[in-house]
Design a protein around this ligand. Structure first.
Ligand code: SF4
Length: 317
């Protein structure tokens, strides 16, 4: 969980009285195996990015545990966390903003290796060349600057930088959203191939369910800070249970042959996270809402193997 305190008063950021909490992520549990991708989807502001940053400890969790390679890293101090940072990397949405425009590609790719003191100077240079080959850019890219590359190429450099220190876990936050559709699938394929080849566990965050379907082994659907449905990718796309998931799949513009068409749409905006609705947070927009949904929060149930859902339409039986 990650809750942000809400403060009142003139100097509220510093000294203001805490008047409540914004529950950006509330009781979300997930597990990602080595070499697998967990796709996290949901509308803007649902807490996906906060969850991603919290798993990397770029934000401190309010409660809960983060276990990396069998070790609980949730509470370890900054000095002890530093060597473990090598194992946790991030791929950003905007490859241009995340690459220093004044540094050459070689300097950019050397940096994580230098920071984490990986290998000798010669080994680092070899690793940088190897990485450029891996992401489909030759060594002639070494002395060039980020502005000399296209968006897709810059994202390849961003991927190379994240994989440089051989991480165990990578968070890719809207990693292809800023790219043209024609380039998206090339970068997705590259990311997927490299991630499986290197045995990296990846949390792939996107608002686009079609993109997540392309890359994820398991998919989690978030709504207002909670995971409302989680299943293996095929199960989720072939038999979605939660009305919100059904509506998201319904909104994918490309028809998939053989997939049953679910005629379900949601209306209205996501309510303010400062004043979440009582009961099921989705009830003001849910076309299947019942009286119980307005007062009682649904519990998370197993509806099939590796398939959980939080919705009053389902019960233990
Ligand atoms: Fe809809 Fe009720 Fe299920 Fe929430 S609990 S998704 S309101 S049917």
């Amino acid at each position: 969980s990650k809750h942000f305190p809400l403060r009142a008063g003139l100097l509220r950021r510093v000294t203001g009285r805490v008047t409540g909490h914004l529950k950006a992520v509330d009781g979300v549990s997930l597990e990602i195996a080595a070499g697998e991708t967990f796709g996290l989807v949901g509308e803007s502001g649902c807490g996906k990015s906060t969850l991603g940053r919290t798993t990397l400890r770029l934000l401190e969790p309010t409660s809960g545990r983060i276990v990396l390679d069998g070790e609980d890293i949730s509470r370890i101090q900054a000095a002890a966390l530093k060597p473990r940072r090598r194992l946790m990397q991030m791929i950003f949405q905007d490859p241009y903003a995340s690459l220093n425009p004044r540094r050459t590609i070689e300097q950019i790719l050397l940096e994580p290796l230098q920071v984490h003191r990986i290998g000798s100077a010669i080994q680092r240079r070899q690793r940088v060349q190897e990485l450029l080959e891996l992401v489909g850019l030759g060594s002639n890219a070494l002395q060039r600057y980020p502005h000399e590359f296209s968006g897709g190429q810059r994202q390849r450099i961003g991927i190379a930088r994240a994989l440089a220190p051989r991480p165990s876990f990578v968070v890719a936050d809207e990693a292809v959203s800023a790219l043209d559709v024609s380039v998206q699938s090339q970068v997705l394929n590259l990311l997927s191939d490299l991630q499986m080849e290197m045995g990296v566990a990846m949390l792939f965050i996107s608002h686009d369910l079609a993109v997540v379907q392309h890359i994820a082994h398991t998919v989690g659907v978030m709504y207002m800070g909670q995971l409302v449905e989680k299943a293996r990718s095929d199960d989720l796309f072939n038999a979605p249970r939660h009305p919100y998931t059904q509506a998201l799949i319904n909104a994918i513009p490309i028809p998939v042959p053989g997939r049953p068409k679910i005629k379900l749409r949601v209306h209205g905006e996501v309510p303010s996270a400062l004043k979440p609705p009582a009961g099921c947070a989705f009830h003001p927009r849910c076309p299947k809402a019942m009286a119980v949904c307005k007062t009682q929060k649904p519990v998370t149930l197993n509806v099939a193997e590796n398939h959980t859902v939080s919705c009053h339409l389902y019960d233990e039986s």
